[in-house]
Design a protein around this ligand. Structure first.
Ligand code: ATP
Length: 258
């Protein structure tokens, strides 16, 4: 277990100018920032040492152990409505993966927005939004990143998961500052150019490029084919027996074909 994270030290090491708050314990940093977003004047990063009700997509949960992970959310206001946010979770995944790569820790992306190390999930991303009366939208970008993975936690998650012992030894304030800078840069870029600025970069990091995969909807196979990367809207391109299809994220899950 590492020293406690410190908001002042994160801000001092970040070049983003984003305000940072650290809390000891909360249910969900995404829930907290969604509640606060309408009153925020500027982006805010909220990190919890212990998140007790971390959320995944479609009501799934994100589990973590205090001191062994980074669990945080970044609230960021974007001009325009929801349609302007197409592909944002994938852009966030690209930014995270590129930052980890720069830190010497290469990772891959699983559509739509998981970070994989050696085929297992290292980090999860959940983007939730809140529309504002002026037509802008607050995006709350939640990230859980495993640093160490105690056996007891892996047993509770119930599937193989990844962790990063090398990152676990890194100063967590410095790591958080590097991730924040990567995210802030990517969000600026996303605001200007949308996901089109990220699709080629996402494809370079794609874990299953050219490989057989299945797309599941609540356990049922919806499609199967060869994964051909993503398009400029963040849709997964799948080469099936009936030709190429483009799949919208929704609540479907991708798995390598058994
Ligand atoms: P899938 O991983 O099935 O494709 P998903 O990407 O939509 O689904 P998320 O909603 O992003 O999944 O994350 C929630 C899932 O992640 C949980 O259902 C659980 O299986 C897994 N999980 C929960 N905590 C962790 C963790 N600390 N590390 C890795 N995986 C976790």
């Amino acid at each position: 277990m590492q020293a406690a994270v410190n908001a002042g030290r994160i801000m001092a090491q970040s070049h983003s100018g984003v305000a940072v708050e650290v809390v000891q314990e909360t249910g969900s940093t995404n829930a907290d920032l969604l509640a606060r977003a309408p009153a925020l004047a500027a982006p805010l990063l909220l990190l919890a040492e212990h998140q007790t009700a971390g959320r995944g997509r479609a009501g799934r949960s994100w589990l973590s152990a205090p001191g062994h992970s980074l669990t945080f959310s970044l609230a960021w206001r974007l001009e325009g409505g929801l349609q302007r946010l197409t592909g944002l979770p994938l852009a966030v995944g690209t930014a995270l993966a590129e930052t980890l790569g720069r830190l010497g820790q290469p990772v891959k992306l699983k559509w739509p927005n998981d970070i994989l190390k050696d085929g297992d999930k290292l980090a999860g991303i959940l983007v939730e939004t809140q529309g504002m009366p002026d037509g802008s939208t607050w995006a709350v970008i939640g990230i859980g990143l495993n640093l160490a993975m105690p056996d007891e936690l892996e047993a509770r998650i119930g599937r193989a998961v990844a962790s990063m012992p090398w990152l676990a030894r890194m100063d967590r304030d410095a790591l958080m500052a590097a991730l924040l800078d990567g995210l802030a840069g990517a969000l600026d870029e996303f605001a200007r150019h949308g996901f089109a600025a990220f699709s080629a970069r996402w494809n370079l990091l794609h874990a299953y490029q050219g490989e057989p995969v299945v797309i599941l909807d609540r356990g049922e196979v919806l499609h199967e084919g060869l994964a051909a990367g993503v398009d400029d809207a963040g849709r997964l391109l799948l080469d099936t027996a009936a030709g190429r299809v483009a799949i919208v994220a929704g609540d479907v899950s991708l798995r390598p074909k058994p």
